[in-house]
Design a protein around this ligand. Sequence first.
Ligand SMILES: N[C@@H](CCC(=O)N[C@@H](CS)C(=O)NCC(=O)O)C(=O)O
Length: 92
Amino acid sequence: MKIYGDSISGPGLKVTWVADSLGRSYEWIETSVIASQTLTPAFLVMNPTGQVPAVMLDDGRSLAQSNAIILHLVEGSNLIPSDAYQRAKMLE
Ligand SMILES: N[C@@H](CCC(=O)N[C@@H](CS)C(=O)NCC(=O)O)C(=O)O
């Protein structure tokens, strides 16, 4: 998995913290918002909103929005509660 993020931006770091907690390997692709690297045609294909973070999964699919990415990563792990109420509290 490749994580496109800006190291001065919290949402991308959140994704790496979860990936690290899960022991998932990833490649960090530094993508500067200030240098408009989020607005290149290649980046916009991955995330049309032009925001980091975005990830490129190993199967070639991309995903944006830190909480959506995190939810995808934690699926089936002990970082996501099995109890419906606790899961909703996590999303809250
Ligand atoms: N809701 C988004 C927020 C992402 C976000 O705000 N990213 C900022 C950096 S912290 C960004 O890429 N800004 C560039 C822009 O909006 O043009 C998430 O959680 O992933």
